[in-house]
Design a protein around this ligand. Sequence first.
Ligand code: UT7
Length: 318
Amino acid sequence: MPAPLITGWGKCLPPAVLSNTDLEALTDTTDDWISTRTGMKERRVSHVETSDLAAAAGREALAAAGLDPEGLDLVIVATCTPDRLVPSAAALVQQKVGATRAAAMDLNAACSGFIYGLAVADQMIRAGAVRRVLLIGAEKLHFFLDFSDRATSVLFGDGAGAVVLEEAGEDGGLLAFELGADGTAAEILCIPQSGTEGFPGTERRARVQMEGPTVFRRAVEAMGDSALRVLEKAGLGLDEVDLFIPHQANLRIIEATARRLGLDASRVMVNLAAYGNTSAASIPIALAEALEQGRVRPGALLVLAAFGGGLTWAAAAY
Ligand code: UT7
């Protein structure tokens, strides 16, 4: 069975920058607090919708793969901030990129969505159901932020990252993955009143709520443990990992996870200073930047790990 491979990648970061200093004017915070507690310096704010960011990243990935959009069989958008509940952001992307033959669906596993999508795309190709998939992580999180709440509003940003996965007839690709969830902890990171339980009304929007320190502890445990389990499933050791690409939620979470895994900074991808936490978009954006920076050589072993609302977690050895 040919291994599905990533044959193209792309990203879209909206140009408007919201810096820590800008946030000082919006909420009771300081550049020093945000920098030392999170490692973030700025994030992007989008004036277009999630599907527009997703389509721009998707077009770049298609160009990198040298693939016509009509060649796609499936578009998956991992997002928890779609333009609308119906139609899916993926259906809008299908139309925007001209993927006329492709099926389209959204996947919501919050910040773990891209790795969940990678597993779904990989397994559908391996099953022979589809041959070419455009997988995008895209978010417009600033829409769901309450800028009077300093505990959440400084953390998140907007953006999109995309990959094309194709049946490639070679070895490699996704070697092992793990997807996990603990719905009993749903309330520690959520956007209440953003669905059938109701909406806050015309004066207010639904807002992200988070018990930061609890999420922090669980993120370090879950990302580290699931990264170890996927390596074990793949029959590989930590010494063989070329690059660890974690979800970009907090520099201290990434450093603590890397310490648990015994990985030094040269083997860990970090770009959150520029973009903040972009949820499902963070890993594909980091992957695209690692590729652009020449940090991923042919045959490299990548380990991806994520954690987010649900609670969900996921890891992949690629
Ligand atoms: O992507 C999904 C996963 N999300 C995450 O993984 C996020 C996980 N959590 C975190 O990254 C961290 O918990 C935060 C960055 C959210 C918070 O950092 P922390 O070191 O856990 O701080 P804390 O919540 O324990 O708050 C410490 C202090 C508090 O003040 P007191 O009670 O000590 O006086 C907070 O009120 O920092 C205060 N604080 C702030 N001060 C200035 C909280 N947010 C801010 C802020 N600016 N933005």
